[in-house]
Design a protein around this ligand. Sequence first.
Ligand code: BG6
Length: 489
Amino acid sequence: MAAISVEPCTFALFGALGDLALRKLFPALYQLDRANLLHPDTRLLALAREVGSAQEHLDSIEAHLRRHVPEADIEPAALGRFLARLNYQHLDFLQPEGYQALAEQLPGELPLIAYFATAAAVYGAICENLDKVGLAARTRVVLEKPIGHDLESSRRVNDAVARFFPESRVYRIDHYLGKETVQNLIALRFANSLFETQWNQNSISHVEITVAEKVGIEGRWGYFDKAGQLRDMIQNHLLQLLCLIAMDPPSELSADAIRDEKVKVLKALAPITGDGLSTSVVRGQYIAGYSEGKPVPGYLEEDNANAQSDTETFVALRADIRNWRWSGVPFYLRTGKRMPQKLSQIVIHFKETPHYIFAPEQRLQIGNKLIIRLQPDEGISLRVMTKEQGLDKGMQLRSGPLQLNFSDAWRSARIPDAYERLLLEVMRGNQNLFVRKDEIEYAWKWCDQLIAGWRNAGDAPKPYAAGSWGPMSSIALITRDGRAWYGDI
Ligand code: BG6
């Protein structure tokens, strides 16, 4: 049995035949089972609106599982155990009638975990129906993003859930918080005094957060076009990363202590308005270009696209945090679809030494950088200056890495998918890695003013070729401050 103890539960997945469930959630549950992290009495219940035979749906779940779990990880014994825990039940989420049958299926007093992999518009109705059949009192609800598309709509969703569930039993997913390196960021910052003493405007000049994806929009055009990259990625994943970098040390490792500190950061974010809309933010939309050497269509030419859309597929911006720790330290955020590579990384740039004594032409290389790589090749590397070796090199400087590569350092350990960690933590009743209502709301408030500014200015996205690092103006955004995006090639 694994070192972590996990209580038994019934795990009910609403929207069990949807893309997220088939691609991410069932594979994550299988991996937990394989690692002996599901209690023997835990039951899994797939709930979906699709009629038809339960066995057919279970077969389809198994087929997807085999496709999305690496072949080497499919172990007959583990798979058999996993499938034996799994049942399918047809349920129309909006109709109270089916919930009675659901309640009858659920044994004894085991906690129920209700994971909503459905549209947020039905969260309230599911909660109400669970309550009607007396299940709410023993249920934890897990809410997938997006929770609304602005502050007002997110409040509506959160309030509908809050009528039946206290905040202590609501788990809002931001899957970036489940990524191994993101958790390591907390360890790095708060278990090493080496960094914490330098973690402020005295020592850090600026911070970059890049989340680049190689893929375009493909089959998701309908959803994505209503959201855009700011709502889809910045409002949640990038602002969460920014909070973890910028927050003060919490007084303890409890969910609320961490979330209180993150909220302070969100409240301190300077709104981007007025001139800032043209100098501190860039919206882009990809046009046709190349990905891995092959021609790919532009955003407006994807299947089912509306050729007039002005939705952004790229955002770069400069965020400023108004407090003592970060005054004068810009956070440059950048995220886009159809970039040259899939890359999520945070780069902390430390200031130059106060007095420079080496050859002037080497000056540009100077400055330590802490690079926190989320994907691919998860790891942390600290770039330090040393001297080139050799008699003929004089005092020629070299920037090289002190490196901790997670998969090399612990070769035998598989890096778990973010969802494995998050599902495990819900089962353990630990809210540390989940987003509190006020965090979502402050993040929306900040994004809403930016979106309103774009709308009022009639700002159209700037084109960039698929396979490039975004519009030229995103390079100008940072070079204007005398800096460059780290490592762009
Ligand atoms: C999701 C977004 O939240 O994150 C997607 O809705 C995006 O548009 C995805 O592709 C990226 O996640 P990851 O883990 O692949 O970086």
